[in-house]
Design a protein. Structure first.
Length: 136
């Protein structure tokens, strides 16, 4: 007879919960560490300026959420269903978080490219967070 609809709904809800929990953990941890990470990527003599730059980068993730929702919603409808699309935004978030942890700082070898790469990875995080909500 196969699996019942209730069991399928339970499995989908559980997977959605864990995926959303992990993505929001990555997403909000970035905001909580503002005073630690901010000076490493945005050195300034004024700490307020550093925090403003940092929270501007934090906000770029929120700006990408609707775009990720539109893209992954379309992808889930057109390509193999939402179930097969579900893992793509989770993997994107994981890789963006991993590479964010491996970024050199502004004072390192790359200089101005460090905050630029941070913004790009933050955009990927926001894109994947928006996509995970829609697909789940």
């Amino acid at each position: 007879m196969g699996r019942s609809i209730i069991k399928l709904a339970y499995e989908a809800s559980l997977a959605s919960f864990f995926g959303t929990f992990l993505e929001f953990y990555d997403f909000t941890l970035f905001g909580f560490l503002a005073t630690i990470i901010g000076p490493l990527f945005f050195p300034s003599t004024n700490p307020t300026t550093t925090l403003l730059y940092y929270f501007a980068v934090f906000g770029t993730g929120f700006a990408m959420r609707p775009i990720g929702s539109l893209f992954f919603g379309w992808l889930g409808d057109k390509w193999g269903g939402r179930r097969s699309t579900f893992m793509i935004p989770i993997i994107l978030m994981a890789f963006a978080s991993l590479f964010m942890g491996l970024l050199p700082t502004y004072g390192g070898e790359v200089g101005i490219w460090a905050p630029v790469l941070l913004v790009i990875l933050r955009l990927i995080q926001g894109f994947s967070l928006g996509g995970e909500w829609v697909v789940a």
